[in-house]
Design a binder for this molecule. Structure first.
Ligand code: AMP
Ligand code: GLY
Length: 421
């Protein structure tokens, strides 16, 4: 069969990599892909906002299954559009994608179905928001409603910081803002919980913890993710049951009441406070770099799982995992998440031959005349599976030291909570 993957990050390269060895796969297309996917797939540079052109390409090339990696095309309704033309797509539809596309949609769902989450208020203008702050405790969290690539969230330590967050959001920093959210600060440890859905049932798809801040010690600006490890140290049977019963099941019930089922990956960003889960946010896709971190642990071929999901047959699949720890470190361009240089050559690249249990997934890279160039903020993801997190991390650091890319940097403390010094 022919499979098309939408996206160009480490997540999409890892998906390509994990399906390529299946006997079922004849050809993989990646829209638009990166230097890593180019070795195993046909990279196709199409405008992801132009649904008609995407559909035309898929039909002309007789692609049997499309997997959507990032949130934007999902929130914009690509799945609904392609399904109208009888194209098989793995990913949630537009209504369900509001779980990520609108924080207020999700908060209202939490309210209606008693899903544990931070207490919150929705405000329509600057003055009501500021009025509310007069009687608030700090820290407090202020969020833009719409998709903001992880950047529309402010943790404010005092009224001044809160005022400038409100100004920035209503002044349109994340697009036109009709409202914003002010919520209680939850003091706990974060965990990402993944499930995979076929429209009828779902199965667990692992846990992870990522490091979103750019600097060591989880300091500095938010990024797309500087590294991750799986499983989370917080997960246990009791917590898993609570997450499913108090968060995932009521969410699916809420979607059913809207006449909508869920197909695709669902990523619950949770705060765990004394072994109790609170929903911080939903993403309607795999995380990046959590996807690169979790997929190497998968024993069952990913393509069989994805096909089963598109045919409402997930109950027929037993998802098996390697009982190993996985850790991922992201190599970024100097300057990320602010300004960074583009088209910078990565020298020494061919020295990076990988051992079993080591994986290298490209993100912002292109290949020109056989050489690899960095074109994005996040450039390469090194992942290692091991019996313990410490060994996995040491192996990756060895690789990165050998590569010695002077135009980039990475966090040397990924997984510090699970690696005793
Ligand atoms: P989000 O984009 O909603 O995941 O928020 C980005 C980050 O802000 C999260 O990963 C948390 O670290 C933090 N955050 C968001 N909401 C809260 C909250 N209510 N309490 C504490 N931290 C939060
Ligand atoms: N690593 C966070 C995300 O994918 O949203």
């Amino acid at each position: 069969m022919k499979v098309g993957i939408i996206g160009s990050g480490g997540r999409e390269h890892s998906i390509c990599q994990m399906i390529k060895n299946s006997k079922k796969i004849n050809e993989i297309f990646c829209f638009p892909g990166n230097a890593g996917t180019e070795d195993i797939a046909r990279n196709i540079d199409l405008d992801l906002d132009n649904f008609e052109n995407i559909k035309k390409f898929i039909l002309e090339n007789e692609i049997d299954l499309i997997v959507v990696g990032p949130e934007n095309p999902l929130v914009n309704g690509l799945v609904d559009y392609l399904e109208k033309y009888k194209i098989k797509v793995f990913g949630p539809n537009k209504v369900a994608s509001q779980l990520e596309g609108s924080k207020i949609f999700t908060k209202k769902l939490c309210q209606k179905f008693n899903i544990p989450t931070a207490n919150f208020g929705i405000f329509k203008n600057k003055s009501d928001s500021k009025q509310f702050l007069k009687k608030s405790n700090y820290p407090i969290v202020i969020k833009a409603d719409n998709l903001a690539s992880g950047k529309g969230v402010y943790i404010c330590n005092n009224e001044n910081e809160a005022h400038s967050a409100i100004e920035e959001i209503f002044d349109g920093k994340f697009g036109k803002a009709e409202n914003l959210l002010i919520e209680e600060f939850l003091d706990g440890e974060e965990m990402s919980f993944f499930t995979i859905h076929d429209g009828k049932i779902f199965k667990n798809f692992g846990t992870a913890q990522d490091h979103k801040r750019v600097l060591e010690g989880d300091q500095g600006k938010n990024t797309g993710g500087m590294g991750a490890y799986s499983p989370s140290r917080l997960i246990n049977n009791d917590l898993e049951k609570k997450i499913i019963n108090k968060i995932i099941n009521p969410t699916l019930k809420g979607l059913t009441e809207l006449g909508c089922s869920y197909k695709g990956f669902l990523y619950a960003g949770l705060m765990i406070v004394k072994n109790e889960p609170y929903l911080i946010e939903y993403n309607v896709r795999m995380g990046d770099p959590e996807c690169q971190t979790i997929l190497p642990k998968l024993k069952t071929n990913l393509i069989d799982i994805l096909i089963a999901c598109c045919e409402n047959k997930l109950h027929k699949i037993d998802i098996e995992w390697y009982d190993k720890k996985s850790l991922c470190i992201v190599l970024c361009s100097n300057g990320y998440p602010d300004k960074y240089q583009k088209n910078v050559k990565i020298k020494n690249f061919d020295q990076t031959k990988l051992k079993k249990n080591e994986f290298l997934f490209h993100a912002g890279t292109v290949k020109q005349n056989g050489e690899i160039y960095a074109i994005g903020g996040r450039v390469l993801n090194y992942v290692c599976l091991s019996e313990d997190f410490k060994t996995a991390k040491e192996n990756i650091i060895n690789r990165l030291t050998k590569l010695n890319w002077v135009n980039g940097f990475y966090r040397k403390d990924i997984g510090y909570k699970v690696i005793k010094q």
